[in-house]
Every structure is written in structure tokens, then in C-alpha cells.
Design a protein around this ligand. Sequence first.
Ligand SMILES: Nc1ncnc2c1ncn2[C@@H]1O[C@H](COP(=O)(O)OP(=O)(O)OP(=O)(O)O)[C@@H](O)[C@H]1O
Ligand SMILES: O=P(O)(O)OC[C@H]1O[C@H](OP(=O)(O)OP(=O)(O)O)[C@H](O)[C@@H]1O
Ligand SMILES: [Mg+2]
Length: 299
Amino acid sequence: MLDNSRLRIAMQKSGRLSEESQKLLAQCGIKINLQEQRLIAFAENMPIDILRVRDDDIPGLVIDGVVDIGIIGENVLEEEVLSRQAEGQLPQFKMLRRLDFGGCRLSIAAPRDFDYQSPQCLDNLRIATTYPHLLRRYLNQYNVKFKTCLLNGSVEVAPRAGLADVICDLVSSGATLEANGLREIEVIYRSKACLIQREGKLTEDKQALIDKLLTRIQGVIQARESKYIMLHAPTEVLDQVIDLLPGAEDPTILPLANENNRVALHMVSSESLFWETMEKLKALGASSILVLPIEKMME
Ligand SMILES: Nc1ncnc2c1ncn2[C@@H]1O[C@H](COP(=O)(O)OP(=O)(O)OP(=O)(O)O)[C@@H](O)[C@H]1O
Ligand SMILES: O=P(O)(O)OC[C@H]1O[C@H](OP(=O)(O)OP(=O)(O)O)[C@H](O)[C@@H]1O
Ligand SMILES: [Mg+2]
């Protein structure tokens, strides 16, 4: 029996979002004992239960208030919202933040030899997709009428199998389209994973825990996007060195033990250093240039 005082988080059990979702929660300090087959996992060190489900179920679980928060692709979330609106409901939830994984786009793709000029070329065709509402919203803008072939998987084989003329499916590297003789012709939605919360007031303790998690998530994501840079440089070229470094308004400058004309410079950069920049720094006389990953950050 689930304990209502514990925060319930829904995440994908197995698929494109599961590994990154697990990693994010672990980096936020949540200790979870994930046994492969278990639907529910309990955190050992915080009052948190993790529900591991099919990603399609996550928006509904949050909107219906069965779980408190969920990690889900914006594509699946938006499709669920549109689908519920089409049934006359007013689905409610709070968008807490976008995450830094699960990036993909929902695109219309056609057989390579399809002569495509504009959305009008799709008029009256049959389109295979898992996302009929997102597709309809897009094609309505162009007054294009179409027939759907609803498929929950293997959408990319539909044209070859004679089930549809074109498809509307998720694309990341484009390898799946390529392997199936298809060409991307329209991007209709760009998606990333996001964190959502159910509508309505939570207990003070639960809300405080969510706020704490959000601060930690911010720290984890910011750290992943940042690098710690250290180098030694001649004092006389310090200004030129700083000009080469992205976001180096406030570097730390430290004296070196046995050198009067050189200093150490330390800084956090929001970008990594490119090899070209490192070569320019070296040409200026910089040495011992180190670019280090950052594990956690709190400002
Ligand atoms: N190629 C990709 N690269 C990055 N993110 C992706 C990619 N494909 C899908 N995603 C994102 O990950 C989510 C889950 O994709 P996945 O393919 O694991 O779903 P699924 O097969 O429907 O899984 P489930 O069994 O949970 O229903 C997608 O809704 C999308 O937000
Ligand atoms: O452009 P690509 O990099 O090839 O990625 C796109 C593919 O990735 C997803 O499926 P996934 O591989 O997760 O498998 P699934 O069909 O079992 O969901 C998506 O549904 C596409 O088929
Ligand atoms: Mg799914």
C-alpha cells in the first residue's frame, strides 16, 4: 500500500528517458533501490516513491493527481493534453522545468522519391503516426485534410507495408528514417524531457521537498553545462588570456609559489574550451591548461 505522505514521482520504466531520469534523481541525492521488475521503488533516504511506468501513462497520472510529479517528453505530454481537450476536458498541471535530455523532433517523413513541395502535397493522404493530435494541429494551419493510421510502434515501416503514404514520427539522429528509405520533409514539434507537477496544493512537506529537488536539479544541469578551467599565464598577457575565455568576467587570479611573472587563473565557464582556444592560449604563453568537469553547483 502506498503511503500518501511520501512524494510520488513517475518516470519511464524502460526506454529512451529511463536511464537519464534515473541518473538525474541519483545525482540529486535520492538513493533508490531499483529492482528491474518492480513497478514501485522506494527511496531509502528521502520520503519518495518512484513509479516506473510506460511513458504514455505519465501525463495522465500527473493530470489525474495519482502521482505528484513526473518526468516526461513534451511530445507525449502535449499529445495527451490535446487528446483530453478534444474530449472536452480541461487538463491541468504545472510545468516545473525543461530538462537537458530526451531531445528529439516530431517530423513528417516521406519515401525518398516522394515529390514534396509544401504541406498541400499531403492533402488526402494517409499518415501513420502515434501523435494524431499534434499532427492535426499542425496540418490544420494549412487546411490540409488527411487520414490517420494509428500505430504505437514501428511507424517507420508503414509506407513500405502499404499501411500509409507518409509517416509522422520522432527523429533524433535520422538513422531510423534513413534505414527505412524515408526523408524528413517537415518538423512539426521540437521536444525535450520535462518535469511536471500535479495541479492543486500539496502538503507543506511535499512542496518543500519538490522545491529542494528543483534547486538540486538546477545545480546538476548547470554543472553538466559548465567546466572548471585552470591555467598558468604570464602576468603581462593576462588581459588577452581573459579575452579568449568564454564568460571570464570574474576569474580568480592566484600567485605562483616560485614565479613572479606568472599567475594561476581559475574560472567556471559555461562552455567547454575548444582545442583552437587552447592553442591560442598556449601561443600567448599560457601553460598547464586544465579543463575539468564539475559535479555539482550551488550559487
Ligand atoms: N531517438 C530519440 N532520441 C532522444 N529522445 C527520444 C528519441 N526517441 C524518443 N525520444 C523521447 O523519449 C520518449 C520515450 O521514447 P521511447 O522510444 O522509449 O518510447 P516508447 O517506446 O513509447 O516507450 P514506452 O514503452 O515507455 O511506452 C519519447 O516520447 C521522446 O520524448
Ligand atoms: O532518428 P533516430 O536517432 O533513429 O531516432 C528515432 C527513433 O527513436 C525512437 O524509437 P526507439 O529507438 O526509442 O524505439 P521504439 O520504436 O521501440 O520506441 C523513435 O520512435 C524513432 O523510431
Ligand atoms: Mg510509449
